[in-house]
Each structure stands twice: as C-alpha cells, then as structure tokens.
Design a protein around this ligand. Sequence first.
Ligand code: ATP
Ligand code: MN
Length: 461
Amino acid sequence: MERMQIKSLLSYGNSGQEVSVCGWVRTRRESKGIAFIALNDGSTQDTLQLVIAGTSPAFRKLTLCNTGAAIKATGVLKDSPAQGQKFEVEVSGIEVFGDADPASYPLQKKGHTLEFLREIGHLRPRTNTFGAVFRVRNILAHAVHEFFQGKGFIWVHTPIITSSDCEGAGDMFTVTALDPEKLSKDCRGVDFSQDFFGRRAFLTVSGQLEAEFLAMSMGDVYTFGPTFRAENSNTSRHLSEFWMIEPEMAFADLKDDMQLAEEFVRFLCVRVLEKGEGEIAFLDKFYKNTSIAGLKELSEKPFLHISYSDAIRELDKATEKFEFPVKWGLDLQSEHERYLTDKVFRGPVIVTDYPEKIKAFYMRLNDDGKTVAAMDVLVPGIGEIMGGSQREERLEVLMERMQQMQVPREGLEWYLDLRRYGSAPHAGFGLGFERLVQYITGMHNIRDVIPCPRAPQTIKF
Ligand code: ATP
Ligand code: MN
C-alpha cells in the first residue's frame, strides 16, 4: 500500500515529498471551503493534518470520513503554517476503507472517563490516553531486553504451566484436562494422577525457582513472561495475569541485587525520555501523575535504603492513623509503604532485611537469625514494584527453613540439588511489569496499563 507511518514521516519526511498515509480520523472540520482532517495511525501521539481543498475530487468523499473512519490519503507533504505541527498533507486522493457511523461510534471527540473506556477495551487503544500508555509499555518492554542483553544476561524461558506449588497453592490457578463438570470447587477428592500430566499442575506465579537453576549454570539470566495469581484482590495494583521480569545472578549478594534494581529503573527512565517524550508530555498534561522532569529526576537520583527495622521505627513515629497495626514482625501493608515513599522519603526507597517469618523460604537467613536478605523496592503512589532477595545457598539452613515453614520437600529435591552440587551465592528480584508501567505513566489503575486486564470477574476477550 506504500504507506508511510506518521511517526517516521514526521521525523524523516521532506517538504514537497509525495506521501501516502493510512489511519483513523480523529476529527474533521471545514472552514472557508477547505476541509481539515486530523489523522492518527497509532505510531505516534501526534496526528497528521490532512488539508482537502474544495476543488479536489477527494472533497466528495468527506461525508464518509467521520470520526473513527479508516482511510488512506495521498498527497504532498507541506510545511504547516499552523502552530504545533511541522507538516501537513495537501491531499489529492482519499480512499475510504471503512466509515464509522457518528450515531453509534462511542469515541466521539468529547473526553471519556477511564471507567467508560474500560468497557470498550477493543476501542480504547484509539484514544490519546491508551495510545500513549501502550506505546510507553512497548518502549519499556524493549528497554528491558536492551538493558539485560547489554549487560550480558541471558533471556531464559521458564514454564507457564508448572508443577511447583511451593509459593502457596491457594493463590494458583489449576490447569487441568479433567472434565470440569465433574470437579468440585475445592478439588477435594480429585485424582490428579488421572489428569493430563499425571499430577496436579498450575499456572506459574513466578519463574524464579527455575531461573535459579539456569543462573546456577549460565551465570546471569532473566525471564520476562506472564505470571498468574488467583488471589481475590480487587485493588488498583493487582491483576490475575501480569507480566514479570525476573533477573537472577550467580555469585551475587543482596548489595549487587539492589544495585542492579536501581540501575535498571534508571535505564528504563532514560529510554522512556528518549523515545516517549510526546507520550509522557501528553499524560502529564491530562493526568498530572507523571512528567518529563519527574522521570529525569528519577533517572538521576539514587534510591534511599532503609532496613525493615528502621522502617518500623519510622512508622511508629507517624502521627498518621493506619488501618493496619505497625509492629516488628508484621508485614508492611500498602498504606505503610506509601507513607514511607510519599510522606517520609518522597521518592523510591528500598526496604531490606525483613523478618524471616514473613518472607519466602528461599530467602537467605541473616547472621542475626531473625531476618532475611530480602529487599522490596517501593515507589510513590503505588508501593511495592519489586521484590527480591539473596537466595539461601546453604543446604542445611535451607532445609531447616523449609521444615519450619512447612514447605514439603517432595517436588523440590531438584531445588536442593542446586545446594548439593556447586552451590554458590546468588540473588535476584521480580519486577511486576504493569506496576512499572503504572509508575512511569502515572496511571492510577493497573487495569489501564494492559490491553486485556484479567481480574476477579473480569475476562473480556
Ligand atoms: P503485593 O504484596 O503487592 O501483593 P507480592 O509481595 O505478592 O505483591 P511478589 O510475589 O513479591 O509480590 O511478586 C513480585 C512482583 O510482582 C511485585 O513486586 C509486584 O511488582 C508484582 N506483582 C505481584 N502480584 C501482582 C499482581 N497481582 N498484579 C500485578 N503485579 C503483581
Ligand atoms: Mn513481594
């Protein structure tokens, strides 16, 4: 179709050049016998102005160029006299692929609420807001690979269907080929040996354990794939299906882990500033929860570090009333996390050395015997975006912790093998990709940063 993307045309086009562009009509207006169409093709935040003279044969087609119509326009690229745009197209021909009936097309020019747009998930990427968010998402996804590949990390593909349920089977979706009509809700009495895999299988909640055996052979690795949680949390930061990035480094401790996490977030900000300035500027203008200056600051300022015990002291001093109790030994709730990031530190903070009782069995026990080498990265407005740790590499200590935490060894002998043969210190973290996109774009609801959100009672498409 010899089409040029509007993005490349605006960057590399030359005045006087013949061009063909395809896209969807955002607006159409007429003034003094000349028609103007703002065309968007999804490649950029910007629309391209099409100018159709009353004398042009294309003018007759305009009745089929309503907001939402898909068209192709051919003409000559011209320097635009109008403000805020470099070029416009003097149109000689228009082809209409499909009009959109103004009486029923839901995305007329007026502003819509995000709630309303969530109900038309198949059309919302055509709006400025969702176009911006999904393009930033793409920039970030690409930058994730760029960052790790640049550092020599190997991208490994851990399974989506898994047999390890050690992270808490309650929160996992079961994958079964048994007749659903004959299964009870609690799966009691179900003989999974008759099932497809000969045992119960789940959708993964994390690729970490598998990434560990790959790190224990390939050095530095990372995963980037979908993960699933069957928890019934209807919050603005939880999805049932989300993407996770999990680096795992051999011969590394918690300090290395924190350094990697920080460097990673900085790098991502730099790339978004380079490639998504238009998107961030738009989101700043309309929602005010992100800004170019803010991302610039984030990309330069070191993260603050605080131990869990000091964080508890900080929270104890707070005059603010919390819904959940603050006490050494209890987990930090999101209200506590946000108090630390929004009120105390006014920026991202890494909390380290949590009590062993509230953290997973694989986290390395500190010398005090009470805390583990864990870290959570907390950011303003959201709370936790990353959780990581140095892993327990000592066989005896690991086995004891598993026993204390009632983690069955059955099915995890392979994990213990890694401590039996050539064990080494290693560390990693998990970054929830949607929480990252939320943080960078400033979107309040996690359902607005993924094209097809899955949450309890929510599964369109
Ligand atoms: P939270 O306490 O916020 O529920 P978590 O401690 O259960 O999170 P982890 O198991 O540590 O989360 O998972 C690692 C990362 O994955 C988190 O830091 C977060 O960014 C992301 N994450 C976890 N659960 C979800 C979810 N339901 N939806 C989206 N992202 C999630
Ligand atoms: Mn966590």
